[in-house]
Ligand binder design. Structure first.
Ligand code: ZN
Length: 680
């Protein structure tokens, strides 16, 4: 989404009519089942997940108000139903390139669980060794092979047509992915089941003129790219404009490339709709060690942590700079801090603040003239400053052209690398010229002015060039330069050296990228994730929509009326009273306590909780409680926590503590005598 947002902003700078679409696919059996598990209707389930996405896009400035997407497309929109139905009708009438009907009725076959009353997908059944018939994961009973009537799309007739599309340069990028897709097509295409009986999958778009069927979710979902701009709906077409914005560029994850590069072009061919401009598959974020991110490994990046500790622009910059677009990238908080500090705080931010501060100090806060008069040239030359400003102007122009070329080729990382050569060059110019020395000599006034002008003019260029990547920071530096228009509306290709007017009064100068204290921030992030408990997200995620990704839960016990616990405020996620009842809390007395060698945090304790012998428990409280003072103290212990090993010691339980303040210290519960109410 960040990449799409960046491209859209660049296009708008160029004055290209741009429509940026993102959104959610909301139909299908997976959402139907997730809704059922959550006790919601499918529409409520979709609304719930969408709310989370909307909140996230607002927070990261990707929404319409912040200049981001033009539409958050939901496939439950009524105009979408109309558009999809139109495409279906066209496909139903179409002939394949080989002269057959593109759509025909056949039979879908699958594994069916009678107790569940549903077909099972591959990750919902197990097939034991030596057994022919798989078993339901929930019921562990053998499944039935069942077939039902279904519409089929004659995909097998489209192989040559698809291969011809892949032969066009840039239809599928990057090349490695195009080769994969082409190999898949050459391997032989099967016809595609594109409908299900409503009795099997009811949450979907009804098949036109045959309401006993609902459409295959991908047929409906992919079509959102054209229904959003008015395909099949005149009203929508007038508001947005199908001819104006189609064909479009698709940016998709590599895991869904097949749907976009095989099925979608084939549907469009059958429907007589022009092909997209191109399909670009991007890679995935891995952790700093190159492992896949997963909740189980605890190496995921949490959006609320990003939001709390980093500026949105820093996150955007990191995403574009760190990942070679098209390949997988590595994402870790430490890397993000390092990049922010080196490239933004010490790089762009420092260039901006040193330049503007010097102009404020030496030039009364007004942009000086960049010209050195004839009679001062010799003086200037003695300082080593290049008196010919076209040298640096030429360097920056060349870098600008290279940047735009790389950017438009979607090589964002390389493009940004090029821009940072400008920063390095101008930084060096300032350090070599030593304006603070020039300022001491009235005869070097024009030399000083010229150096500062060049730095300020460079900043103006950087703001315009970087606006698509870092909209807020660019606008802020632009404002500090005293410029009133917005870099959002300037085409960087039109920048001319010398455009910054002499005499412009600077705005208030403030640091744009404060340095991040690495150790402090990392420990705050770590503590935050520990107190939140890894894996206990408080938001809806995609996992909510995908069964199999979330553990199958037995139905929650019925609630028996409100209790005092319901009155507790500030709790983001609720657990049932039954969940709480599972926790065995005991008050115990610390018998022995010592620090774990080489650990700043861990105390190793033996705690008497009234069992045959004391429990060995490790607790991360060493920073706040001295070992000696723990002996004899009463603590609350979670007695039925699964034992685990820490630093070679087995911990047979957990001591309950509270964290005070954001990333603050840990407090043990007061002696239980004084807090009976809290424990009751
Ligand atoms: Zn079952």
């Amino acid at each position: 989404m960040i990449v799409a947002d960046t491209i859209a902003r660049r296009k708008r700078q160029q004055g290209v009519p741009t429509y940026f679409l993102t959104g959610t696919d909301e139909h299908g059996i997976n959402i139907e089942r997730a809704a059922e598990r959550a006790g919601r209707t499918p529409q409520q389930q979709a609304d719930y997940v969408v709310n989370y996405y909307k909140e996230m896009t607002d927070q990261f400035g990707l929404d319409t108000i912040h200049g981001g997407f033009d539409v958050f497309m939901r496939t439950t929109a009524p105009f979408h139903y109309q558009g999809v139905s139109e495409l279906w009708r066209r496909v139903a009438k179409a002939k394949t390139p080989k002269g057959n009907d593109a759509l025909y009725k056949g039979h879908y076959e699958g594994w069916f669980c009678a107790p569940c009353a549903e077909y099972k997908t591959e990750d919902e059944y197990i097939k034991a060794e030596g057994e022919e018939v798989p078993r339901c994961l929930i019921h562990e009973t053998p499944l039935d092979r069942v077939s039902e009537e279904s519409y089929f799309f004659r995909l097998s007739d489209y192989d040559e047509a698809l291969l011809a599309l892949y032969a066009q340069p840039d239809f599928v990028r990057p090349e490695t992915r195009r080769n994969e897709v082409a190999a898949f097509v050459k391997g032989g295409l099967q016809d595609l089941s594109v409908s299900r009986l409503k009795t099997s999958v009811s949450w979907g778009v009804p098949v036109p003129d045959d309401p006993a069927h609902t459409m295959y979710v991908w047929f409906d979902a992919l079509t959102n790219y054209i229904t959003a701009i008015g395909f099949g709906n005149e009203e929508r077409e007038q508001v947005v404009g199908f001819d104006k914005f189609w064909p479009a560029l698709h940016l998709v994850g590599k895991d869904i490339l097949r749907f976009h590069a095989v099925y979608w072009p084939a549907f469009l061919l059958a429907g007589g709709v022009p092909q997209p401009r191109g399909i670009v598959a991007h890679g995935m974020w891995l952790d700093p060690n190159g492992r896949k991110m997963s909740k189980t490994l605890g190496n995921t990046i949490e959006l609320d942590v990003l939001k709390r500790h980093f500026s949105v622009d820093a996150v955007r910059y990191f995403c574009l700079r760190e990942m070679v677009f098209g390949q997988d990238g590595r994402f870790g908080y430490e890397g993000l801090i390092d990049r922010t500090n080196s490239d933004l705080a010490s790089g762009l931010g420092n260039l901006s603040s040193r330049t503007l501060t010097m102009i404020a100090r030496y030039c009364d806060g007004r942009i000086p003239s960049g010209k050195i008069a004839e009679d001062k040239l010799l003086m200037a030359k003695r300082t080593g400053v290049d008196t010919d400003e076209t040298t640096i102007a030429g360097f920056i122009e060349t870098a600008r052209n290279e940047y735009l070329l790389q950017f438009d080729n979607l090589a964002f990382s390389r493009a940004l690398e090029v821009l940072w050569t400008i920063i390095a060059r101008v930084d060096k110019m300032i350090s070599d010229a030593k304006p603070w020395d020039l300022a001491k000599d009235e005869n070097q006034r024009q030399t000083l002015n010229a150096v500062l002008y060049r730095a300020a003019e460079t900043l103006r260029w950087l703001c315009v060039l970087l606006y698509p990547v870092m909209p807020a920071a660019s606008a802020e530096i632009y404002r500090q330069l005293g410029l009133t228009e917005s870099p959002a509306a300037i085409d960087p290709a039109n920048l001319k050296w010398g455009g910054l007017a002499e005499g412009t009064q600077l705005g208030e100068v403030r640091p744009v990228f404060p340095r991040i204290e690495k150790a402090k921030t990392m420990s705050a992030i770590k503590q935050g994730s520990e107190s939140a408990g890894t894996g206990s997200g408080t938001h809806a995620t995609e996992a909510d929509a995908v069964p199999g990704a979330a553990p199958v839960k037995s139905p929650a016990p019925e609630q028996k009326g409100a209790t005092e616990a319901d009155a507790v405020v500030g709790v983001a996620t609720f657990i049932e009273i039954g969940d709480f009842a599972k926790v065995d809390l005991r008050v115990g007395q610390v018998v022995t306590a010592e620090r774990v060698p080489k650990s700043d945090k861990l105390l190793l304790m033996n705690i008497d909780i009234g069992e045959e012998k004391p429990r060995q428990v490790l607790a991360g409280i060493a920073e706040y409680y001295e070992a000696e003072k723990m002996v004899g103290r009463k603590v609350v212990v979670v007695a039925n926590l699964k034992p685990r090993k820490l630093r070679g010691y087995e911990s047979q339980g957990m001591v309950v503590a509270a964290s005070v303040g954001e990333g603050g210290s840990l407090l043990l519960l007061p002696s239980p005598k004084t807090c009976r109410t809290a424990l009751a």
